[in-house]
Design a protein around this ligand. Sequence first.
Ligand SMILES: [Zn+2]
Length: 359
Amino acid sequence: MPNLHTRILKLLVYRSRIKRYLKKMATIAKEHKQLLVFAALSDIQYGDMDDGYNFKKTRKRYYRNALVFQKRVMEQWKNMTPEVKFILQLGDIIDGFNKRHGISESSLKETLDVIGDFKTYHVIGNHELYNFDRAALMKTPLFSAGLPECKSSVASPNQFYYSFQAHASLRIIAIDTYEIAAIGWPESSTNYQEAMKYLENNINEDKNSTTNMTGEDRRFAKFNGAVSSTQLKWLNQLLEECDQKKENVIIIGHLPIYPPATAVDCLCWNYEEILSILYKHDCVISYMAGHDHVGGSGIDEHHVQHITIPAILETPPDLDPPMATLYLYNDTLHIDGQYLLDNYDIKLKFPIASMNNIS
Ligand SMILES: [Zn+2]
């Protein structure tokens, strides 16, 4: 019997080694086909302030710990092999309450110092606009439309929407979901006036409140916004070019645009118009947003994977912060999620023919 036991044990150890070996080989094989690695995070909402709660007092906000998490996430990406080429920061990098405490500049500096020289593309959210007006934001590193690789795609130098080529077969397009908004613009501006027309759909005196509003009407709150018809035209033309060049496209914006991927309160006011532009084209593989702190996801009928990245801000300090590491393969974009964020495998609309490695 002891002999039999020994043989079974040896067999089990042998099987386990084989399994480990096969897993390692599969990983190596997968790594060799990786064409690009990049990353995404959202809603850090840092502030050098004591912890607080959301508007409804239902969710705790860990303002100082958000910076601790940001550091941890960045360290993880900085030390990764293969190299993480760039980060997509999907908005609300600092919290609006910084303004009230007079620490907008210092809090922004602290969070940008954590990023350091790590290549990062930003979109702006409502909280950036609570702290700064657009003219001030254009003078900060948050104005990614001013980067050399983005400039050629920008219709006019004052716009916050842009695109850049991440890989020969992958383009990132950043849209500005607060171009029409009641925050960030002077009340005399046409963009503010247009926003107030959207907000006529809000029945409350306080336009940040959605009390007694139901369904998708709840999106008509002051903390949301819309894209202009000029931006929609720009997006349509850019997607047309991507179709022709067979570039796969990921669109990023602070506000979600697909109801199943978010709480309806967080939807972009004219999300339907944006979706209708996307659906005219073949190239879009994913739309990624933040804003809804719980996060969410869904695949629409045109096979676009919508992902709303959960907030770093509301993650309890004893857990791991949500982060997305994205791997581009010849036929797939793999998203490795952490904490509340799932993993996703998104089929490319235009598979990449070459087998170039990133090494
Ligand atoms: Zn937001």
